[in-house]
Design a protein around this ligand. Structure first.
Ligand code: SF4
Length: 585
C-alpha cells in the first residue's frame, strides 16, 4: 500500500510505502489517525498547518457490495474540531484498486487564488503523481468542469473537486465526487472540507486506475464467504432489497415516516410536522417522475457495486433531468425546514448546491435561520433560490450565509439557531427522537445523524422498536451506534448496510469476515466495538486539544425550553446522561 504526500506550497510530492503500523487502518480510522497525529489541533483550519487526508475503506475496491466509500478528514472550519465526511463514488473504488493507503495534502501556496489539479495514474508498479495548472476552472459551475475533465482525461477516470463555495472559503462548502453517470453529485459535504481543499490551491484530484493491480486480499475464501453473507442480507431486508423502500423511494421515503412520528423539523425547528410533507416525500418524487416520464423510475447506484441503489433523479415537466440526487436530508433542509412544498423549487436549490459546491444540509438550515430573521418569509421558494445564488456568487450577503447557520444566526441576532459545535442539526427533531439528539450532542463531528443513527431502532424498528420519545437507555444506544459506525466508516461500506446487518446476524458477521479476509485479521464482533472506540478516542482527544471540551456535548438551549408540537416535548436528557455516553472509554 502507498502513502502519497503532496505539498501544495512547492508542489513537490512523495510516494512511499505505507508504514506497517497503518495496516489495519482504513477509511475514517485512517483519516482521523493521520489528522490527530499530524495536524496541530489549534491551527487555523484554512491555514498551512491543516492537512486534508483521503482514505478508502478496508474493502473498498473489492467486489464487496455497497462499499465504494471514500473518507475525507481534516480540521473543520465549521466546527473547529476534527472532521470526517465520506462519499460513495467510483473515485473511492479506484483509490482502493490503486492500493493507495492515504493521500495527504499539505501546506498551501504562497500565491493567493492560484489553483492546481492532481492526476494520479499507475506507472512502474506504483501510483504516479502529476500536477497541472487549473486556474481556468476557477468560479465555474461544477457540471461544466466535470464534462471538460472527462473529455480531457477520458471516460474511465474518476474526479474529485471543489466548487466556487470552497474557493470563497465557506464553512459550508463540500468536496464533490462523480457519481456513476459522471455527475458532480456525491458529496463529502459536511464541515467545510471544500474550503480546506481550496485553501491548499487544489481544484481537482483525478484518478486513472488503468493498469493498477486491485486490492490485495489475504484470505480470498473467507472474504468470499463474508461477501455472500452481506449480499444475502442486503437482498433480503425490506429496506435494502431491490424494489424495497430505498430503491423505490430513495432516502426521501423518510419524509412521510418522520412527519408521521412528529419528528420532521419544520420552519427552522419550530414544529415536528409539516403540512406539505406528502407533496415532497419520496413517494411524491416517484409518482412525479412517473407522470413526467410516462414510466416508473427506480433509483440507481451512486457508486460501483451497490446493491441497495437508493439514489434518485428528479425530472422537469418536459422530461429532462433536473437534479440528482434529492436525498432525504436535502429534501428536508430545502423543503420542510423552509416551509417549501414544491419539488421543482427543492430540485432547483439542490442542483444549485451541486453547481456551487455547497452542503445542502447546512445551506437549508442557514436559510431557515435567515427566514426566522425575516430576510425572506418561510415558504418563499423564489426568495430561497435567490439566496442560494447569493452564496454561489460570493456577494456580501452570500458570504455571511456561506459561513453557515451559526454565523448567520449571529449576524441577524437570532437565538433559535439549531447547531452543535458550530454544525447544524440534520433532519430529525431531537425533541421527538431522543436518541438521535444524544448523538447530535455527543458526536465528535458537530450535529451529525450519520455518526450514530439511532433512527434505525427508534423510528424504523430495526433491531426491535424503541420508543423515540423516551430518553431511557438512549445514552447506551447512541454510544453503541457511534462505536459500530466508526468501524463501518472504516470498512468502506455505506452506512445503509446497517439496516440489514443489524437485523440479520449473518450479514453482520459477513462484514467482519470480509474485513478479516482482506486484512488477514481475526476480528470478532467485540473487536468491531473496540476498533470503533479507538477511532472515537482519537477524535475526542483532538477536539479537546482544539479547545472543544466535553461540556460542549449539549444541544442549544431552546431544545430544552420550547415544547415541540405535536408531542409538546422538550429534550429532557440530563447533562449527566450526555456525559455518560463517553464517560468510560
Ligand atoms: S445505498 Fe445509496 S448512498 Fe449508499 S452506496 Fe448505495 S446508492 Fe450510494
Amino acid at each position: 500500500m502507498w502513502l502519497i504526500r503532496i505539498n501544495m506550497k512547492d508542489r513537490t510530492y512523495k510516494v512511499e510505502e505505507s508504514p506497517k503500523a497503518y495496516h489495519t487502518l482504513a477509511g475514517r480510522a485512517m483519516t482521523s489517525t493521520l489528522v490527530s497525529e499530524e495536524v496541530p489541533p489549534t491551527c487555523h483550519a484554512l491555514g498551512p498547518n491543516n492537512k486534508l487526508v483521503f482514505a478508502a475503506g478496508m474493502v473498498t475496491g473489492t467486489s464487496s457490495p455497497t462499499s465504494a466509500r471514500i473518507s475525507v478528514g481534516g480540521k473543520s472550519p465549521l466546527t473547529g474540531g476534527i472532521k470526517e465526511a465520506n462519499a460513495g463514488t467510483s473515485w473511492a473504488r479506484d483509490f482502493g484498486i490503486m492500493r493507495i493507503k492515504a493521500l495527504v495534502i499539505e501546506d498551501q501556496p504562497a500565491e493567493k487564488d492560484q489553483f492546481w489539479g492532481v492526476r494520479l495514474t499507475w506507472k512502474d508498479d506504483k501510483p504516479h503523481v502529476e500536477l497541472f495548472e487549473a486556474n481556468d476552472y476557477k468560479q465555474q459551475p461544477l457540471p461544466g468542469i466535470f464534462k471538460e475533465m472527462y473529455e480531457k482525461y477520458g471516460e474511465n477516470v474518476s474526479i474529485c473537486s471543489v466548487g466556487p463555495a470552497g474557493e470563497y472559503g465557506y464553512a459550508n462548502s463540500g468536496i464533490v465526487f462523480n457519481d456513476m453517470h459522471q455527475r458532480p453529485s456525491r458529496y463529502a459535504g459536511r464541515g467545510g472540507l471544500g474550503a480546506v481543499m481550496a485553501s491548499k490551491g487544489l481544484k481537482f484530484v483525478i484518478l486513472d486506475k488503468a493498469g493498477a493491480p486491485g486490492v490485495e486480499i489475504a484470505d480470498k475464501s473467507l472474504f468470499d464467504e463474508g461477501r455472500k453473507k452481506m449480499i444475502d442480507a442486503l437482498r433480503e431486508h425490506a429496506i435494502t432489497k431491490p424494489k424495497g423502500g430505498l430503491n423505490s423511494y430513495g432516502t426521501a421515503v423518510l419524509i412521510n415516516i418522520l412527519n408521521e412520528a412528529g419528528g420532521l423539523p419544520t420552519r427552522n425547528f419550530t414544529s415536528g410536522r409539516f403540512e406539505g410533507a406528502p407533496r415532497i416525500a419520496g413517494e411524491a418524487i416517484f409518482e412525479g417522475n412517473k407522470k413526467r416520464l410516462g414510466k416508473e423510475l427506480y433509483n440507481h447506484a451512486c457508486s460501483p457495486g451497490c446493491i441497495i441503489q437508493c439514489s434518485n433523479t428528479w425530472h422537469k415537466e418536459d422530461g429532462t433531468e433536473h437534479t440528482s440526487c434529492i436525498e432525504y436530508e436535502s429534501d428536508w433542509s430545502l423543503g420542510a425546514n423552509l416551509g417549501i412544498d414544491d419539488l421543482d423549487v427543492i430540485a432547483e436549490m439542490n442542483e444549485l448546491c451541486n453547481n456551487y459546491g455547497l452542503d445542502t444540509i447546512e445551506t437549508g438550515t442557514t436559510l431557515g435561520v435567515a427566514m426566522q430573521a425575516g430576510v425572506i418569509p418561510f415558504g418563499d421558494g423564489q426568495g430561497a433560490i435567490n439566496l442560494v445564488h447569493e452564496m454561489g456568487k460570493g456577494t456580501p450577503l452570500g458570504r455571511i450565509l456561506g459561513a453557515g447557520t451559526e454565523t448567520t444566526g449571529k449576524a441577524y441576532g437570532v437565538s433559535h439557531v439549531p447547531v452543535v459545535k458550530g454544525q447544524s442539526l440534520p433532519a430529525y427533531e431531537p425533541r421527538a427522537v431522543k436518541g438521535i439528539g444524544i448523538t447530535y450532542a455527543t458526536t465528535t463531528m458537530g450535529a451529525d445523524h450519520t455518526a450514530g443513527y439511532t433512527i434505525a431502532p427508534e423510528i424504523l424498528g430495526v433491531m426491535g422498536k424503541q420508543d423515540p420519545l423516551s430518553p431511557e437507555g438512549k445514552a447506551a444506544l447512541s454510544r453503541a451506534f457511534q462505536s459500530t459506525t466508526a468501524f463501518i466508516d472504516a470498512s468502506g461500506h455505506c452506512l445503509f448496510i446497517a439496516f440489514a446487518i443489524l437485523d440479520i446476524a449473518s450479514g453482520y458477521q459477513g462484514m467482519i469476515d470480509e474485513a478479516n479476509g482482506v486484512l488477514g485479521t481475526q476480528w470478532t464482533a467485540d473487536d468491531v466495538i473496540k476498533y470503533g472506540n479507538e477511532v472515537l478516542k482519537k477524535e475526542r482527544a483532538f477536539n479537546e486539544a482544539a479547545g472543544i471540551s466535553p461540556k460542549a456535548d449539549r444541544l442549544p438551549e431552546f431544545f430544552y425550553t420550547e415544547p415541540l408540537p405535536p408531542h409538546n416535548q422538550v429534550f429532557d436528557v440530563s447533562d449527566e446522561t450526555l456525559e455518560s455516553v463517553f464517560g468510560e472509554m
